[in-house]
Design a binder for this molecule. Structure first.
Ligand code: SF4
Length: 199
């Protein structure tokens, strides 16, 4: 069995975070405080490989039974989303450090349109709260500044796992836990990296 690309995914996440930080600094884009509006939907589609770092961390946490029970009983919300008691303060992500690509890029990514020009891909709360930052981002993208490019990272993902296909986020997390759990019960094959202990 090939080693799971947990460390590769962690490296990709660190790279994405650096690109997003630079883009935020250049544009002034940021999330609405305690927003969480993009999280409750379990229909968010990600690949299993993206959830491997979260799965490895949850397995290492000693709390995996709790998460398996949550996944078995998952409704229409991402299981990692924890709503705050006050409705106006939204909620937070319980696997924030290990969240998948789309959760990192949401609001802060660029796409290339049919003419090959960069366009900002952001959300309604950011457009409503920070119109000046949105205008600045659009002006800078028109000059082709370096920006976190959605398609570029998707290609990198498929480079790590050519069989990867998007599925609802809770299903992807369940499959990643299954893969990590199975892998950790096997002897590490010669030359393979052991599963990193996260947490
Ligand atoms: S993984 Fe975290 S950031 Fe992504 S949808 Fe779930 S709660 Fe939100």
């Amino acid at each position: 069995m090939s080693p799971l690309p947990v460390a590769d995914m962690q490296g990709l996440y660190a790279e994405i975070d650096r690109a997003i930080t630079a883009f935020k600094l250049a544009t002034g884009l940021r999330c609405r405080s305690q927003c969480g509006q993009c999280c409750p939907e379990a229909s968010i589609a990600v690949t299993m490989v993206e959830m491997l770092p979260a799965a490895a961390a949850l397995l290492a946490s000693g709390d995996i039974q709790h998460w398996l029970a949550k996944l078995a009983d998952a409704g229409r919300t991402c299981v990692a989303f924890s709503p705050d008691p006050l409705p106006e303060t939204g909620g937070h992500c319980r696997i924030y450090e290990h969240r998948p690509v789309v959760c990192r890029l949401f609001g802060f990514a660029a796409i290339r349109n049919r003419l090959g020009k960069l366009e900002l891909s952001t959300c309604r709360p950011i457009r409503q709260d920070f119109p000046e930052a949105v205008s600045r981002a659009e002006a800078l993208l028109a000059k082709d500044i370096p920006a976190p490019l959605l398609t570029g990272y998707s290609q990198r993902l498929f480079g790590l796992d050519p069989t990867a296909h998007p599925m609802p986020i809770n299903q992807a997390l369940a499959r990643a836990i299954q893969r990590c759990g199975l892998f950790s019960t096997l002897d590490t094959p010669p030359g393979a990296e052991p599963l990193p202990r996260a947490g």
